[in-house]
Design a protein around this ligand. Structure first.
Ligand code: HEC
Length: 136
């Protein structure tokens, strides 16, 4: 009698695992599509300020500390854009200077490293791109 219990238990286990697998396989297809809110970027991709800044940022080290939507070592670019959305254009110069010289104290105590090799014009192009990423 005892000998029978183990095989039966195994069969039950296998059967329930098999059922579980099938259910899992059905779900991922829907997840991948809804992953990101694509609309803002789709509209922006034709904007020359967006293109230029994106290219410059991609070629620098910015993305080791910043992501568009999530805080990393530095604030997310969306947070930065939202914070300065209502500011006059001079904010572009100010933020470009901050990228070139580095700084701390606005978002916390972690400093941003200096980017002394960047030209003012390139840094401003990066800022213009970042400011386009605002959520509202
Ligand atoms: C070593 C990590 C690091 C790198 C690399 C980095 N940042 Fe930052 N960044 C930070 C941190 C930390 C802050 C927040 C500074 C503060 O609180 O004042 C910040 C803040 C900013 C801000 C907002 C400044 C403010 O005063 O609100 C902008 C804009 C910015 N970074 C753009 C860039 C760009 C563009 C690059 C690439 C050229 C870059 N960052 C590279 C860490 C980094």
């Amino acid at each position: 009698m005892k000998k029978l219990i183990l095989p039966i238990a195994m069969i039950c286990l296998l059967a329930s695992c098999g059922g579980g697998d099938k259910e899992k396989k059905d779900t991922p297809a829907t997840d991948t599509k809804t992953d990101k809110p694509a609309e803002p970027t789709a509209d922006l991709s034709s904007n020359p300020d967006y293109q230029k800044g994106l290219e410059l940022i991609g070629g620098s080290d910015c993305l080791t500390c910043h992501k568009i939507e999530e805080k990393l070592t530095g604030p997310s670019y969306r947070e930065v854009a939202d914070k300065y959305a209502a500011m006059p254009d001079t904010i572009v110069t100010h933020l470009a200077n901050k990228i070139i010289h580095g700084g701390t104290g606005v978002w916390g105590q972690t400093p941003m490293t200096a980017h002394a090799g960047l030209s003012q014009a390139d840094a401003e192009a990066m800022v213009k791109y970042i400011l386009l990423l605002k959520s509202k």
